[in-house]
Each structure stands twice: as C-alpha cells, then as structure tokens.
Ligand binder design. Structure first.
Ligand code: N2P
Length: 383
C-alpha cells in the first residue's frame, strides 16, 4: 500500500520518465517508504519486561539519544505476559517472553516478524545462541535474546548452615527444597518458591528423574505427591519480592533465578547487613532459559521498537544490562564491557561443563499447561 502511494506521488510530482531516469526502481521506492512510516509514529515506546531486568541508564540513554519517551511496565511470570498477549491490544511495542513461551506466541500469530534491515547490530549476537534459538524461532525471524540464566536455589549461607545443624549440605541443591529431611529444618528461616507453574513443574519433574517437559499426566500426579509432602514447610510464593527478602535475611532459601539471587547478594553487600547470599550451581542440572525481545503483532510503534532492539544490541548497552542484573547477555562483543567480577562469576557465566548439565525450556501444549496449573494451584492453596 505504502509503495503504491509513493509511486503515485512520485509520478504526480516528477513524472514517470523522470522517476525512471533517477533510478527509482521498485527497490529504491520500497526503501524510501521506511522514512515516512517512521515519521508517522509518535515518539513513544511501550515496553513490558520482567521486574529487576534492566541496566542502570538503559532507558534514560535511549530517550536522550532518540527523543522517544519510554513507558516501562513489568511482570514476573510468563503466564501473566502470555495471557495479555492472547487477549490482544496490550498497548505494548516490546515484550520479553521466555523463548519457549515465545514459540507458542509465534505459532499463534501474536508476534510480528522482525525487519532485519533495521537491525544491523544483529552482527553482535553470539552465533551459537542464535542457532539454539532458531530451534524455537526458525531463521531467528521474531526474537532477539534479551538475557539468559537458569533456575536455581539461592541461600543465605550462614542461616542455612545453622538451620541444618548437623545435616551436611546436600550434593544436589534441589534436595534443600524437595526433600522433607532438609526443608523441614529450613522452614524456621524462611523458604520461598517461584510463583509460577511453568517454572516449578520442570524442576520437580527433573528432580524425580522424569522428562522436565513431560506430556504424561501420570508424571504430574507424581509431582503432586512430592509437592504435597513439602508444602507445610514453604513460607512464601514469590517471583520478585524474594530478592529483597533474601537480601535482608527474612528468607534463607529461595527457588529463584540465577541473576535475581545475585542481585540479592549484591543488595546485602551494599546494605552491609552481614547476610551472605549465594546462588548455588545445580550440579544435577536445571532449567536454562532465554528471555527474548519481541514485537506484538498489533504494536503501534514497530519502528521505535526496532530502534530499541538495535540500541540494546550495542555491545556496551548489552553489557550494561549484565552489569546491573547479573544475567548473561547474548552479545559476543560485549564481554569487554562487563565488570571483571561479574565476567568471572561462574554463577552468571556458567562453565561449559555446568552449562551442559542444564536442560532447555520447551514449549508447552495447552492441556499440559492446564494439568500443571491445577497441581500448582493445589500446591499453593493446600492439597
Ligand atoms: C528477572 C527474572 C527473569 C528471569 N527478574 C526469568 N525468565
């Protein structure tokens, strides 16, 4: 449509022959249409991202440079974001689903195809991560990795030691929360679980030696029995507030995300409150996730969204995310901008051996999601 308008305008203004002479082939005309389309957009960008998931000056610098005003809202579970996208008309131009959920959203036509000609900084993306991601998003047509991390156990080292008393720390970090022998002792200092079925179920299935993305209803019944045993000892369900609770000592164990636990560690250090927080590396494996930037199909400011994506993929901007929230970024050229102590932190940038032990999040069928939700709701509200 836009191409036709331009052709007609050109014809009117300078005439068909002149247009040919100055080389306005279809290609040239198409390329030019991006400019007026960009100019048509308001200088606004609406972003919906996870809480505690952005750099110190990321938004401010983008606004200064582009004159685009960013409106920034946040969520703390894929379930919440997904429900909004399915309902439609979110008003958002950038959303950040985990890649396994984004796959379901791509299949449902909820995400817009990227215009890679507007994303020259794609050259910085680590090719091995791009190829991993292409299993969920063929040809990397819709998604750009924001940050990645893994689900794990965060502990307050001294409080856990004290609460376990004569019990030594288990080899498998997840024993702390899934084995009644441990969690029953830890209740006294506070134990939290992520407040989301899709985060918890794969961990519990994996703990039981099952396929973490099992489609077998019987496996979920077994998870139900496991969760029922430990329910009396869970003191909080939280996917964001647990960061501060860990930092200030009102929790001693959290099932949480690697970067969040490192944020808690840093907050405790800054507060000089004596709480030693540590993200445990799950030696028996855990869920490795990629959170990705995407543009909703009905976004009103897709050009601004592309400008944002390209800006984020600058090596120093990507490094700014990692430096603040302790999640690894996908930018192969950014490491030199990452603070030394973070680049060397093996709980942020996992060793290859530890990475190999992880399993990747997979898309979930609707009926599996229903089973998961039913069991999780029972877990929360009581069996
Ligand atoms: C940000 C947590 C995002 C990781 N606080 C889970 N996808």
């Amino acid at each position: 449509m836009k191409t036709m308008t331009w052709q007609l305008q050109l014809k009117k203004r300078i005439g068909r022959n002149l247009a040919k002479v100055i080389g306005m082939g279809l290609l040239g005309v198409t390329a030019m249409t991006t400019t007026p389309a960009m100019a048509e957009e308001d200088k606004v960008l609406n972003i919906y991202n996870w809480s505690d998931y952005i750099g110190e000056d990321t938004i401010k610098n983008f606004e200064k440079e582009t004159g685009i005003k960013v409106r920034y809202d946040f969520f703390d579970s894929n379930e919440i974001l997904h429900a909004k996208l399915v309902a439609g008309k979110t008003g958002y131009d950038i959303v950040v689903p985990s890649a396994n959920w984004a796959k379901m959203q791509i299949d449902g036509g909820l995400l817009r195809k990227l215009d890679k000609s507007k994303l020259p900084n794609l050259v910085h993306m680590d090719p091995s991560l791009q190829s991993l991601l292409s299993k969920l998003d063929p040809n990397n047509d819709h998604l750009i990795i924001w940050l990645w991390g893994y689900t794990t156990i965060g502990i307050n080292v001294d409080k856990v030691k004290a609460a376990l008393d004569d019990l030594p720390m288990p080899e498998n970090a997840f024993d702390l929360v899934f084995d009644p022998k441990y969690i029953s002792k830890l209740k006294s200092c506070g134990v939290s679980f992520l407040d989301s079925p899709s985060e918890l179920m794969p961990l519990a299935l994996h703990y039981l030696g099952k396929d973490p993305y099992s489609k077998n209803a019987g496996d979920y019944q077994e998870v139900g029995r496991l969760l029922q045993k430990i329910r009396p000892y869970v003191t909080l369900f939280s996917s964001s507030g647990y960061i501060n609770d860990l930092a200030n000592g009102s929790l001693c164990v959290s099932v949480g995300w690697s970067g969040d636990i490192n944020i808690a560690r840093q907050r405790a250090i800054n507060a000089k409150n004596g709480n030693k927080i540590e993200a445990l590396i799950p030696k028996n494996g855990s869920d490795l996730f990629f959170d990705t930037m995407a543009i909703p199909a009905d976004a009103e400011h897709p050009n601004n969204a592309h400008l944002w994506m390209n800006y984020i993929m600058r090596p120093e901007v990507d490094a700014g995310l990692t430096n603040k929230v302790f999640y690894a970024n996908p930018n192969a050229s950014s490491l030199k901008f990452v603070k030394k102590e973070i680049a060397e932190n093996k709980t942020v940038f996992l060793s290859d051996a530890d990475k190999k032990r992880m399993f990747a999040s997979e898309a979930l069928a609707n009926d599996t999601r229903r089973v998961m939700t039913r069991i999780f709701t029972k877990f929360k509200t009581g069996f």
